[in-house]
Design a protein around this ligand. Structure first.
Ligand code: FES
Length: 147
C-alpha cells in the first residue's frame, strides 16, 4: 500500500515538474500548505474565476498585521501552490504590505519556474485576497461624522 502511494506521488511530481512547476511549487502542492479555513476569520472572501474554479481565503488580522492566512480551492494544482505561496507570504505582513502583493511576488516565492498557461490561477488567488482586504477595509474604516 505504501509503495503504491510512493509510486503515485513520484508520478505526480514527475508530471508537475514536466509541466514546468518549480520544486517548491510541487512541494507546496503535495504538502497542501495552509489549506483549510480559519474558524473565526477577521476577513474572508469566496470567488469563482472565469475558469469555473472557486477560491476561498481566510485571514486572521490583529491590529494592522495578518497573523494567519488559509485558503481552499476547487481549482487545479497551480491554484493550490499559488494559494500556499500567497498565504505564506501574508503571515506577518501589514494590511498595506498585503495590498501591495503582486502576482510576480507569488511567482518569485514559488521559485520562478511556473507554467505560463497557469499564471491566470495565480491572479485568481490574488484577486480573492484583494477582495477580502477591500471588504475588511470597508468594514473597519472609521466613519467621519459630516457635522
Ligand atoms: Fe482554475 Fe487553475 S484552472 S484555478
Amino acid at each position: 500500500m505504501n509503495d503504491k502511494k510512493t509510486d503515485i506521488t513520484a508520478t505526480i511530481v514527475k508530471l508537475l515538474e514536466g509541466e514546468g512547476f518549480s520544486p517548491r511549487a510541487v512541494e507546496y502542492y503535495l504538502k497542501q500548505i495552509n489549506v483549510g479555513r480559519i474558524k473565526e476569520p477577521s476577513a474572508s472572501f469566496v470567488f469563482t474565476g472565469p475558469c469555473g474554479d472557486t477560491v476561498e481565503i481566510y485571514l486572521l488580522i490583529k491590529g494592522e498585521v495578518i497573523e494567519d492566512a488559509k485558503f481552499i480551492t476547487t481549482g487545479c494544482s497551480a491554484s493550490f501552490c499559488s494559494g500556499s505561496a500567497l498565504t505564506e507570504i501574508l503571515k506577518g505582513k501589514t494590511l498595506k504590505e498585503a495590498e501591495e502583493i503582486e502576482g510576480e511576488d507569488i511567482l518569485k516565492h514559488l521559485g520562478g519556474s511556473f507554467p505560463a498557461q497557469k499564471v491566470h490561477c495565480v491572479h485568481l488567488v490574488k484577486r480573492v485576497l484583494e477582495e477580502a482586504l477591500a471588504q475588511y477595509r470597508k468594514k473597519h474604516s472609521k466613519r467621519v461624522d459630516p457635522k
